[in-house]
Design a binder for this molecule. Structure first.
Ligand SMILES: [Ca+2]
Ligand SMILES: [Ca+2]
Length: 519
């Protein structure tokens, strides 16, 4: 009995003295390409977006990388001119450039705030940078050509990464101190971002297989596919989802047994995205995002020239994916796949995949290294309105508030007006907008370039011309007719001066503003 007790104590000490390696950064909204160990690329955080542009950060360099988001909100991505770190307000935090390209791979950040990234994709090197300062901590030569996969941090704190085409084709396991734990040859090409099981098993694609690898660097099993398996591997508690160059989406059990297949036509370059009840995959050849349930039952498809993008899913289920060869950000309705909004980012990035911040901001990179931040609907606007000719309070009236960017209507809100003519709006778009306000029967008034932010309520004041009873933004015969038809009546809806009665006062307002056009 005593011996067992001692053995137990020794084991306990052994566990305590094990190196405390850092896992994927906790509380980071999107700490790696796959977002989590399972490569779900779906989040439960943040508000929906409406396609309003919050800001653009320009790396001034071409890229096929995708952004990640750290716990403090910093966004990291790679470009031909190195690694960029961007504050949540769109300002540069640092830029690391040691003469290496980091254009084809997405970084990952661990619990110690260390950023791992693949540079020099045609003779690959794994680098570790201080996430706060961008200082180089170490680098490890991997070799290999055309490396497009991204480093993944495992639950054991080690970094797993594949190194592309021959002389690559290996899965590397790297300790957080930069020493090589082991490497395992997977085939002539290995360009897949690994996912992890809860027992630490590494699931990774290669030239002709989906591979299940033990943390000690031995194969657990190999599932033959006979076509390249690229992109990120999706893992759940009882399934592994992956696409391949034969265009087939497969579901395989954790022991390597095929569960189902569905054909998407053409080849699949990107990874899978999964939520508790959906799997999304993109067909490079047909340009479609395709949605299935976990049993492989087809739900919908949406074709917008999607290519190598791997979608991201927001807290409300909205699917974000890069279409038109990666030049346009699309938000798709999870129920039917219909486009909710699109935003042209001009320069194609076929492999660009969005990431989502803690507040719901969606980040996407175009091919010229311009990081775009969209939404979320989480701003606050206080508007003071004064309609000319209106006496008394505004109780019972409503305001229409429109948010424009580049002349394009991005969002419209309807709200009650407080007795004093003020309007308080929550969950507005964020970013710089031209705002148009209409109160009751006024014409629209415009306030240009209002900066709306989540944590900075904006205030505007508008003086509005009166008399547009039929809400077509011009005071003309039609409005005059409404007044005349309701003359002498109690008709608050058509009233212009606040006494609910249609009389000379209202007639005068229409005549005085006759011909006026709103902004
Ligand atoms: Ca009118
Ligand atoms: Ca009146």
């Amino acid at each position: 009995m005593k011996r067992i007790g001692i053995a137990g104590a020794t084991l306990c000490l052994g566990l305590l003295s094990a190196p405390s390696w850092a896992q994927l950064q906790p509380n980071a909204p999107w700490p790696a390409f796959g977002k989590d160990y399972q490569n779900s690329r779906s989040t439960t955080l943040g508000a929906p977006t409406n396609g309003s542009l919050r800001w653009i950060y320009n790396a001034g360099s071409r890229t096929q990388s995708s952004p990640i988001v750290a716990a403090d909100g910093t966004i990291y991505f790679g470009a031909t001119n190195g690694i960029h770190a961007v504050y949540p307000n769109g300002r540069r935090r640092w830029h690391w450039n040691a003469g290496y390209s980091a254009a084809t791979s997405t970084p990952a950040i661990d619990a110690n705030g260390v950023v791992y990234a693949l540079v020099n994709p045609s003779d690959a090197i794994l680098v570790a940078l201080n996430g706060s300062t961008g200082a180089l901590l170490w680098s490890l030569y991997l070799g290999g050509r055309n490396v497009r996969s991204s480093p993944a941090i495992a639950p054991d704190g080690r970094i797993y990464v594949t190194n592309g085409e021959t002389p690559g084709g290996y899965l590397y396991c790297v300790n957080p101190d930069g020493t090589l734990a082991w490497r395992l040859y997977l085939g002539a090409e290995a360009n897949s971002t690994p996912g992890f099981g809860s027992d630490g098993t590494i699931y990774v694609g290669s030239e002709r297989h989906l591979n299940a690898v033990n943390p000690d660097g031995t194969f657990r099993w190999r599932f033959p596919v006979f076509y390249p398996v690229r992109g990120s591997i999706g893992v759940t508690s009882n399934r592994i989802f992956f696409g391949a160059w034969d265009g087939v989406l497969r579901s395989v059990s954790l022991t390597g047994t095929l569960q189902w297949t569905v054909a998407s036509n053409g080849i699949v370059e990107g990874g899978v995205t999964h939520t508790p009840d959906r799997v999304y995959i993109v067909s490079y050849t047909t340009g479609e995002v395709r949605a299935y349930n976990h049993l492989g039952t087809f739900q919908w498809r949406q074709g917008r020239a999607f290519r190598g993008t791997t979608p991201a899913v927001g807290a409300d289920g909205t699917i974000y994916a890069m279409g038109i060869g990666g030049a346009t950000m699309y938000a798709l309705n999870p129920t039917n796949g219909l486009v909710r909004w699109g935003y042209g980012m001009v320069h194609a990035n076929w492999y660009s995949s969005p990431a989502i911040g803690a507040d719901g901001t969606v980040y996407a990179l175009n091919g010229e290294g311009q990081l775009h931040a969209f939404g979320p609907l989480a701003g606050f606007l206080w508007a003071g309105g004064d309609v000319d000719g209106w006496d008394g309070d505004y109780t019972g009236t409503t305001a229409v508030v429109q948010f424009y960017q580049d002349g394009e209507l991005k969002y419209e809100m309807v709200a009650p007006v407080n007795p004093d003519g003020t309007i308080e709006l929550q969950n507005t778009p964020v970013g710089v907008h031209d705002i148009k306000v209409r109160i009751h029967n006024s014409l629209f008034g415009r306030v240009p370039s209002v900066a709306l932010e989540v944590d900075q309520p904006a205030a505007i004041q508008v003086r509005l011309l009166n008399g547009d009873v039929n809400a077509d933004n011009i005071v003309d015969d039609a409005d005059l007719l409404y007044i005349l038809m309701h003359y002498g009546q109690h008709a608050p809806h058509y009233d212009l001066n606040g006494d609910a009665l249609i009389d000379d006062a209202d007639l005068l307002i229409v005549l005085f503003n006759f011909g006026a056009i709103g902004e």
